[in-house]
Write a protein that binds this ligand. Structure first.
Ligand SMILES: Nc1nc2c(ncn2[C@@H]2O[C@H](COP(=O)(O)OP(=O)(O)O)[C@@H](O)[C@H]2O)c(=O)[nH]1
Ligand SMILES: [Mg+2]
Length: 307
């Protein structure tokens, strides 16, 4: 272990914010260093609970997380927030509201960090698992992950979360038609926020009808604080339950992560192999109309899977 790395790990153990920020940046930007860091800390990370919060932009996820994390702090917990930002890093261009919120959280000892979601699909960045490990090593629990529900993301967030909250709001024209089928499976708690606005009760009722009785649907307002107590009680109930099943949940999370890494490794390797000379032969055969594209693809696939 290099001296720099040792210093960084010591900083993490002391909950030094600069060390946390630096470790996360290193992990996001350098695969090799990420591996070194994880190799040094993995034995000392204990699984923190992950509270995933997803939903459309502007639904009030950040406002709710602000309240939730301050309440959890009051209960003696040590929450951290990871905001998966589909556009840019908060530090690059935070809107004023976000900045004020972030300052309030930081002043109360809640760690908050915005991370970019990589890739055109908006898929959750691969480094998120490792960033979570850094926060676990530092002693944060639970870790709240905010993501904008866009396509795959809300499905992925439920894979890494112990408890998933899906947030809706009445003024973005969200109605039952725009709520995708998949979303009814991923949430543990469904929240219709902005209950101070018109249309919220109607949306709440239609979501309740759509989701059925087995799931909790709540109505909240971060403006009037109505429904916030009930939300906190529900979150606590879920966190307590999940705490008891931590081992089992952790196994399923590890399974997902392992699958992600293996698929990524294989994809990288195959992408490289596809550039190789032995593949050119098949291109030629297709061009010369000796075989059709599907046959070529089958043969290339067979060839590559063996390698
Ligand atoms: N009227 C009303 N506005 C809200 C409520 N919660 C959040 N907002 C506002 O909605 C906007 C988006 O909130 P934000 O928390 O950033 O949403 P996010 O994109 O889901 O994280 C902000 O201007 C908030 O002040 C609420 O309960 N009622
Ligand atoms: Mg937000």
């Amino acid at each position: 272990m290099t001296q720099n790395l040792a210093k960084l790990l010591l900083g993490l153990q002391n909950k030094d914010r600069k060390s946390i920020a630096k470790s996360i940046s290193l992990i996001e930007n350098d695969k090799k260093i990420a591996r070194q860091i994880i190799n040094q800390i993995y034995k000392k990370t204990s699984a923190s609970l992950i509270l995933g919060i997803t939903g459309p932009a502007g639904a009030g996820k950040s406002s709710l997380i602000n309240i939730i994390s301050l309440e959890l702090k009051k209960l003696g917990m040590n929450p951290a927030i990871l905001a998966i930002d589909p556009t840019s890093h908060i530090s690059g261009g935070a809107i004023l509201g976000d900045r004020i919120r972030m300052n309030e959280l930081a002043n109360n000892g809640v760690y908050i960090r915005s991370i970019a979601s990589r890739g055109a699909t908006g898929a959750i960045s691969n480094s998120i698992y490792n960033i979570i490990r850094i926060l676990e090593y530092t002693g944060f629990d639970p870790i709240i992950v905010e993501s904008v529900g866009a396509g795959q993301t809300e499905i992925e967030i439920s894979n890494i979360s112990d408890v998933t909250i899906v947030v809706f709001n009445p003024n973005t024209g969200d109605n039952i038609q725009t709520i995708k089928a998949g979303i009814t499976e991923i949430g543990d708690i469904y929240v219709v926020n902005k209950s101070d606005l018109r249309g919220s009760l109607q949306l709440y009722k239609s979501i309740q009808d759509y989701i059925g009785e087995s799931k909790t649907v709540l109505l909240t307002s971060t403006k009037t604080k109505k429904g916030v107590d009930k939300l906190m009680q529900t979150i606590q109930k879920f966190l307590n339950e999940k705490n008891k099943m931590k081992k089992l949940n952790n196994k399923s999370k590890v399974k997902h992560e392992l699958r992600d890494i293996v698929l990524n490794n294989i994809k990288e390797k195959i992408d490289m192999e596809l550039q190789s000379k032995k593949i050119l032969k098949y291109l030629e055969l297709v061009e010369l109309k000796k075989i059709d594209i599907f046959k070529a693809a089958d043969q290339v696939s067979n060839l590559l899977i063996k390698c």
